[in-house]
Design a protein around this ligand. Structure first.
Ligand code: NIG
Ligand code: FE
Length: 414
């Protein structure tokens, strides 16, 4: 591999997130943002070698750098690349009509029960060629990158058989731009190829999951546990098999009702439990004592006109929290991180420091990547965005993305 060394300078403020990192991304305050004024950052072979105040970087350290390039960031504010930890990025078609039906009073579950919802996206996604899916997904990944996303989770789940799920995961593998984390979400809905949910689950357990693990098609697995979707018994079997195969676990839980999915998933030490809107106080207490990250997805609560998760209770109890768009054509047809952050502040009483942590270290923990992304400290990937203005201006104006450049592993991607 070719050696590369970069010195990034002219950084008005750099949010290292060092305090949040030390505290495991829990109970964060403004102090924990680890702000460095007039900063300098040295990256070698994609990793951070030194970061601190420019005045503390001595002449002999510069000489010891050897061959390097100096990059001026033009007095920008720098923050860790966002970790967008829950997206259903690869799909074809859209569900704009359903949105209108929902606004006229039909529920998400009613539409799903008559073959709309997830199954309508499955039809469009199965019909689309890999090439077409690639084009759609790449444009979406680029849209995330332009907002400062450097790590992007991508779920399958609109294939619902091994062949189509594989097609989706392979599209995800070929995406350029952010680092990609792939999640197998075969158990997203009943499958059109099976008479019922349990027959599809049997196929997942006996054939699909072992094949996903063997071919290393996914980094982690996910399931939708909800009334009308997968029940606790199926989920138990799925988690047991995933653990046996060494696949890390995430789960869609307590999105529409208090169904018990979080409690069940917690028995399997999941990386994340996602949605957690109808989570009880006892479960929150359990989460706070665990290493599991609660992934909050307020854009889908907004679009479904549902209540929001009890973020304040979780944060005050010391639960580690992440935020994400849940981008998908049904419940959250938006890629806008600024909307999610503003909803978190307006509707979920989250403080700005908590929002920033949730979009960086929180997401990194949710994906099992906190050792390499989510903060700008020595040894981590040199993944960051630079923007004009102060960090206090972030997640204030919906639709505004002040980012002017984005770097992954020290290389410019936007
Ligand atoms: O996270 N709830 C399940 N999955 C998605 C929605 C998928 C869809 O409606 O297409 C979610 O909200
Ligand atoms: Fe989702």
């Amino acid at each position: 591999m070719q050696e590369s060394a970069y010195v990034f300078e002219e950084i008005a403020e750099l949010l290292s997130m060092s305090g949040a990192e030390k505290g495991g991304a829990r109970n964060v305050t403004d102090e924990d943002l680890g702000i460095i004024r007039d900063a300098l950052m040295v990256c070698r072979n994609g990793r951070i070698e030194w970061v601190g105040e420019k005045s503390k970087f001595k002449a002999d350290q510069i000489r010891a750098l050897g061959n390097h390039k100096t990059v001026s960031l033009g007095n920008a504010t720098v923050l860790p690349g966002f970790v967008e930890c829950h997206t259903h990025l690869v799909f074809a078609g859209n569900r704009s009509e359903e949105f209108e039906w929902r606004m006229q009073g039909q529920t998400y579950q009613e539409i799903a029960a008559k073959g709309g919802g997830i199954l309508s996206t499955v039809r469009a996604t199965r019909e689309a060629s890999a090439h077409e899916l690639q084009r759609l997904a790449q444009a979406r990944a680029d849209r995330f990158a332009r907002q400062g996303v450097t790590t992007l989770e991508v779920k399958s789940g609109y294939g619902l058989n091994l062949e189509s799920e594989r097609k989706i995961l392979e599209v995800a593998s070929r995406l350029s731009g952010p680092r990609i984390v792939k999640t197998y979400l075969g158990p997203h809905s009943r499958s059109p190829d099976h008479p019922d949910l349990s027959s599809y689950m049997n196929e997942i357990l006996e054939r699909d999951l072992p094949e996903i693990a063997k071919a290393k098609l996914a980094d982690r697995v996910d399931i939708y546990i909800e009334k009308g979707f997968f029940d606790l018994e199926s989920a138990h079997k799925f988690f047991t098999k995933a653990r046996e195969l060494g696949l890390p676990i995430a789960a869609h839980v307590e999105q529409l009702s208090d169904f018990g999915g979080t409690e069940l998933a917690m028995q399997f030490e999941p990386l994340s439990v996602d949605h957690v809107v109808y989570v009880t106080e006892e479960t929150i207490a359990k989460l706070s004592r665990s290493q599991t990250t609660a992934v909050l997805l307020p854009a889908s609560d907004f679009y479904l006109k549902m209540k929001y998760p009890p973020a304040r209770e979780m944060l005050d109890r010391g639960v580690r929290v992440a935020l994400s768009t849940d981008f998908n054509p049904g419940t959250s047809p938006t890629q806008d991180l600024s909307l999610v952050g503003v909803l978190a502040r307006v509707e979920m009483k989250m403080k700005l420091a908590e929002v920033l942590t949730a979009f960086t270290l929180g997401g990194a923990w949710a994906l099992g990547r906190a050792h390499e992304v989510g903060s700008l400290t020595v040894g981590k990937f040199c993944d960051f965005s630079a923007f004009e203005g102060r960090w206090q201006d972030l997640f204030y104006s919906v639709g505004e993305h002040p980012v002017h450049s984005v770097y992954k592993g020290g290389e410019k991607i936007v």
